[in-house]
Design a protein around this ligand. Sequence first.
Ligand SMILES: [Zn+2]
Length: 171
Amino acid sequence: MLPEDKFCPSCAAPLEPKEVAGRQRPVCPKCGRVVYYDPKVAAASIIEREGKVLMVKRAIEPGYGLWSIPGGYVDRGEVVEEAAVREVWEETGLKVEIQHMVGLFSEHGHPVVVAVFAAREVGGDLKAGVETLDLGFFSPDGLPDLAFPRDGQMLARWQEMQALQGSPDAG
Ligand SMILES: [Zn+2]
């Protein structure tokens, strides 16, 4: 259980792990409430310049000092595409617009679901934000050390879509 889930959200009694319908979940022994974990949604953007993609070197955990596609968590009530655009602006100083979705990425046992978009620059100036140590454009075949291995899968999917479109500048 996560530290923040030590107590029942309904009656504040200490939670206990218990099997519910075949899975271990935190259960309140006092009022019977079962705590279910929701996934977290993140949005990331792939921004291309001449065949290279924009990557950011993270100044925050997880993955401090490692590189990722620009992105972050979607706030509750926020439109996912707007979160993707906002994160690019905060992390890289670039204004972008969403072109199309690349995919929705999730994996067994992982709390974060990532919506990945292809986006194109429409303005701004490239500069590292407060959550970014450095940034740069990299060939998908020569990426720096990744904070999240899934970024490699996202870029591979993006490359497949680019190839299907027939031109890196299409769309
Ligand atoms: Zn309770």
